[in-house]
Design a protein around this ligand. Structure first.
Ligand code: R5P
Length: 310
């Protein structure tokens, strides 16, 4: 029996591409929205099947999380044999620790909620933190878009070039790009002032006269990338920056914020629908083959590639 792909409403074109790459049609699934905001998803026959619910939890984050939970529960009640939540972009992953007393650990709460709703396994792509795995009671498969993004970057990069981690959290990701592209890594020291503002003044590494490729797991308000570009200009990197990011959350105002900078290419994946709207200078690399390959292997109970190998 083939894997059963259920698409939530967050990114149906990605789910369709994943299903096509798996050689199946998406399962029947409908969503009713009540005037008061309640959601009521319903799934077609899935009894005895190995089900993969594809639902990234980008904006509107809370609706997409609740819709995913209800869809998982619907699959469980419909008798699915095994249920995997495929959440390429995992909203709340940045809340992986308490920054001050009185806060919640949002990533943990959401992971627990998905497991309680029926997920027996979770699939994510380049999560904000690998600590997500240790927060989950269910197995987590961490996939990476570094391979597909590095493939898209290769023809765009002119030498001498340097990969730039826009904050300390992105260093490991930059090292994985470095292993594929054979470029050195520079690091920006960033301080987050608020949800929409960051400060970055220092940079470690040699960027002067080099073409800079900034890499990160996600771009939301654009504050992090903007700050990195400002520092790169101060350190006289070659203008004509390239930015490669796995998850293009792109909240309102993000692209306007970057408009005044010498950004030649913005390369994103299709993990979120927001990233796939055609825009000048924006290139989109699909992660559907990565997800389909992983689903095929899980379905056949085969090992997946090393999650941190790119
Ligand atoms: C933070 O550590 C993340 O890796 C991203 O750098 C950050 O979340 C991007 O958000 P924004 O675009 O709002 O700066």
């Amino acid at each position: 029996m083939a894997p059963c792909i259920v698409s939530g409403s967050a990114n149906p074109s990605l789910a369709r591409a994943v299903a096509a790459a798996c050689g199946v049609d998406p399962a029947d699934w409908v969503l009713e929205r009540f005037p008061d905001g309640e959601l009521r998803p319903a799934v077609g026959p899935v009894r005895g099947q190995d089900v993969y619910v594809v639902q990234p939890t980008g904006p509107p984050v809370n609706d997409n999380v609740v819709e995913l939970m209800l869809s998982l529960d619907a699959c469980r009640r419909a008798g699915a044999a095994r249920i995997t939540a495929v959440v390429p972009y995992f909203g709340y992953a940045r809340q992986d620790r308490r920054l001050r007393t009185g806060e919640a650990i949002g990533a943990r709460v959401v992971a627990d909620a998905l497991a309680a709703a029926g997920a027996q396994r979770l699939v994510v792509v380049d999560p904000h933190t690998s600590a997500l795995e240790s927060m989950c009671h269910i197995p987590v498969e961490m996939l990476s878009a570094v391979g597909v993004l590095a493939g898209a970057l290769a023809p765009l990069v002119s030498t001498p070039a340097v990969l730039v981690a826009p904050d300390l959290g992105a260093v490991k990701l930059a090292e994985r790009y470095s292993a594929r592209l054979g470029l050195p890594v520079a690091v920006v020291r960033k301080t987050r002032l608020s949800a929409t503002a960051v400060e970055a003044e220092e940079l470690v590494g040699d960027v002067t006269g080099r073409s800079a490729v900034i890499v990160d797991d996600m771009i939301s308000t654009g504050a992090t990338i903007e700050a990195a570009m400002r520092v790169l200009l101060t350190y006289e990197a070659d203008p004509g920056f390239i930015v490669a990011v796995t998850h293009g959350v792109l909240v309102a105002g993000c692209l306007d914020r970057l408009a005044g900078y010498p950004l030649a290419h913005l390369v994103l994946t299709d993990s979120l629908e927001s990233a796939t709207e055609p825009r000048q200078g924006l290139e989109v690399a699909s992660i559907a083959p990565v997800l389909a390959d992983a689903i095929g292997r899980m379905h056949r109970d085969e090992a997946l590639d090393d999650p941190l190998g790119g």
